[in-house]
Design a protein around this ligand. Structure first.
Ligand code: IPM
Ligand code: MG
Length: 356
């Protein structure tokens, strides 16, 4: 039996629209094959929304998001604001607000390593081979959402966590660890931060509920180092919002490129599926962006939002076949790749559709 779902697409800024086109195409193609029916709506967010409406998350987009079954998101950001610290309205505000409004407190970021990309990383292939990490980044708390203050010569961002916020993401991470190799690493800075001491206390309190899972606690500085020294030692990693933001960009280099990493933001409301990369204005509109993170985000949508593992597996395997056949976008092409097989966004998206 096919499913019927209503999807909101938020292409956003920079390379967002280019990559999202291919995520959506893959969603539809595999849907047709399995008899699923999708209806689509589109919403604006980020710089494009500021230009059109004065705010980065218009009420209309938020209302559409709440009314949809899943959201496919591209990217937000613009250099104009990056170089203007005094800007009061910023593209990123929309993304943070939608995460908060939808209660998307858990951001799942799988570090999936395709064998063909072992040489695309700046790390040694023998260090990388066999790495498979699933990050649980807390997404609606921490210094991202604490009170902000600013005077001419002083600034402060309040870092805070409630016990329940740590508990709910910890449980999600433990459940996932149970279904994998039963190892959970909680990353914090409990030697310095009070929020981290609460974090660690909560994890220690929950650990006995999962006696089959081995729990390890690691400081963020050490984790950042271990991740490049011996990434295989990690399986499920659970961490706070800011630490998770930073660690997963670092971890993307294990997978070869930011252009490969998909993510799923879940919690109370509609699931939100987003590549971890940003708007990449330097290559926007040039048909150079890697569409695979958006396509793999759609695989996560099938698996997590709709519980359809087979369809998800088909998408991942189409990406794998595309890479095995030697096709690459510029960001994942190592020196040994046949120049003729280095493709633009559209041709790469098309190849995945073919292998589907
Ligand atoms: C991410 C991004 C966002 C974040 C930005 C765009 C606000 O870097 O999703 O990782 O910091 O969460
Ligand atoms: Mg980030």
């Amino acid at each position: 039996m096919g499913i019927k779902k209503h999807i909101l697409v938020i292409p956003g800024d920079g390379i967002g629209p280019e990559v999202t086109t291919w995520g959506k195409a893959v969603l539809e193609k595999i849907g047709q094959e399995y008899g699923h029916e999708f209806t689509f709506d589109e919403g604006v967010m980020g710089h494009v929304a500021i230009e059109a409406t004065g705010t980065s998350l218009p009420d209309d987009t938020l209302a559409k998001a709440k009314a949809s079954d899943a959201i496919l998101f591209g990217a937000v950001g613009h250099i104009k604001y990056d170089n203007d610290p005094s800007a009061k309205v910023r593209p990123e505000q929309g993304l943070l607000k939608i995460r908060k409004e939808l209660g998307l407190y858990a951001n799942l970021r799988p570090i999936m390593l395709f064998d063909e990309l072992l040489n695309a990383s700046s790390l040694k292939p023998e260090i990388l081979k066999g790495t498979d990490i699933l990050f649980f980044r807390e997404l609606t708390g921490d210094v991202y959402f604490g009170e902000k203050n600013r005077t001419a010569n002083f600034a402060s961002d309040l870092m805070n966590y409630n016990r329940y916020e740590v508990e709910r993401i910890a449980r999600k991470a433990y459940e996932a660890a149970r279904a994998r190799t039963k190892r959970l690493c909680s990353v914090d800075k409990a030697n310095v931060l009070e929020t981290s001491r609460l974090w660690r206390e909560v994890i220690q309190g929950i650990a006995p509920e999962y006696p089959d899972v081995e729990t390890e606690h690691m400081f963020i500085d050490n984790a950042a180092m271990q991740l490049v020294k011996n990434p295989k030692k990690f399986d499920v990693v659970v961490t706070a919002n800011l630490f998770g933001d930073i660690l997963t960009d670092e971890a993307s280099q294990i997978a070869g490129s930011m252009g490969m990493l998909a993510s799923a933001s879940v919690g109370d409301g509609t699931g939100f599926f987003e590549p971890i990369h940003g708007s990449a204005h330097d290559i926007a509109g040039q048909n150079k962006a890697n569409p695979l993170a958006s396509i793999l985000s759609v695989a996560l949508m099938y698996e997590i939002a709709f519980g359809l593992k087979e369809e998800a597996g088909r998408i991942t395997s189409a990406v794998d076949k595309t890479l095995k056949a030697g096709y690459r976008t510029g960001d994942i092409a190592d020196a040994n790749i046949d120049k003729a097989k280095i493709l633009g966004t559209a041709a790469m998206g098309q190849k995945v559709l073919e292998y589907l």
